[in-house]
Ligand binder design. Structure first.
Ligand SMILES: O=C(O)/C=C(\C=C(/O)C(=O)O)C(=O)O
Length: 304
């Protein structure tokens, strides 16, 4: 059916510039989504927003335009635990995409096997209250038990204020754990202050924990322009992301987050977002780890 977009919805940026920054060969966009198309893959009744359509073909066209070789496609909450759009995109990717799904505790072994065969390599646990209703921890623990034999990992999306309460639960997850967007730090705080140090301590104490250093456009308070007018500079986010890349160079990932759900005040040009990367990964070696080696090790461990 036709789905009315959430009022004020910002569609993804049409006609992104060609990045100035030359992505290294084999670069992976390790965090992106597909939405519907709603006529073919209906959005979930329990969703908390209704997006525009954003197809696999459009995602792969952006991949090629920006110079990425591969994608990791993450199930968006607007599709709930209905992973059909994700599986369809993986099937269309000719082996160039892997997936992170959303499952419920009653998922069957056959369904897990089907997701694994399509290229799913992890599940996502979302704790952002504006996106999902809270899932009881015992359900999540049961899902972890079910996916561990598959060699899958757990992607977690939470807000920094919730990390203290979730710290022990996250630290007990036995698989690899990938944090979306650094756990959304409050970038008005001191990057060397106690709030961000809790996240850095979480990474120090748990060598199985990785993080995406993506989505400056979600975290920035100063906005896309630097004082000198440079676009997509997100200068208040850079110190946080640089610290993570330099302290944990082998456990960081990056993604465009296309098609950028729930942005309110501006829609980034994905070409300029790619140009942001050298500000947070400042050497070719760090860029290769962030964009090639790390996502390859986690999502294509079998090799190229
Ligand atoms: O795309 C992101 O990573 C961020 C958001 C949304 C989702 O992840 C989703 O709906 O699955 C958000 O902060 O609204």
């Amino acid at each position: 059916g036709d789905f009315e977009k959430t009022p004020g919805w910002l569609d993804w940026y049409d006609g992104p510039t060609t990045p100035t920054f030359q992505l290294p060969a084999g670069a992976v966009d390790a965090h992106c989504h597909v939405f519907g198309p709603g006529g073919q893959f209906p959005f979930a009744p329990e969703r908390k927003y209704t997006p525009c359509d954003a197809s696999a073909a459009q995602l792969f066209a952006l991949r090629d335009h920006l110079g990425f070789a591969r994608n990791v496609i993450v199930q968006a909450t607007c599709h709930g635990a209905d992973n059909r759009a994700l599986v369809d995109a993986l099937n269309r990717s000719e082996g160039r995409a892997r997936g992170v799904a959303t499952v419920r505790r009653d998922v069957t072994d056959a369904q897990l096997a089907e997701l694994d065969a399509a290229g799913v390599r992890g599940v996502r646990f979302n704790f952002v209250k504006r996106l999902v209703d809270r899932v009881p921890t015992d359900s999540l623990e049961e899902i972890v038990e079910r996916i561990t034999p598959l060699g899958w990992h757990v992607v977690i999306y939470f807000e920094a204020e919730d990390l203290p309460d979730l710290y022990d639960f996250f630290s007990a997850i036995p698989t690899d754990v990938v944090v979306d967007h650094m756990g959304r730090p409050d970038v008005t705080k001191d990057p060397d202050g106690p709030e961000f140090d809790l996240f850095l301590r979480f990474m120090r104490e748990n060598p199985n924990v990785w993080t995406k250093v993506s989505c400056p456009e979600r975290l920035s308070v100063t906005g896309p322009r630097a004082l000198d007018g440079e676009q997509h500079a997100y200068t208040d986010v850079v110190p946080f992301a640089r610290r993570v890349v330099e302290q944990f160079p082998d456990r960081v990932l990056w993604g465009t987050d296309w098609p950028h759900p729930n942005l309110k005040d501006h829609m980034p040009d994905d070409g300029l977002l790619v140009d942001y990367i050298p500000q947070i990964a400042t050497t070719p070696e760090l860029q290769r780890k962030l964009l090639v080696d790390n996502p390859q090790r986690l999502y294509w461990p079998e090799g190229a």
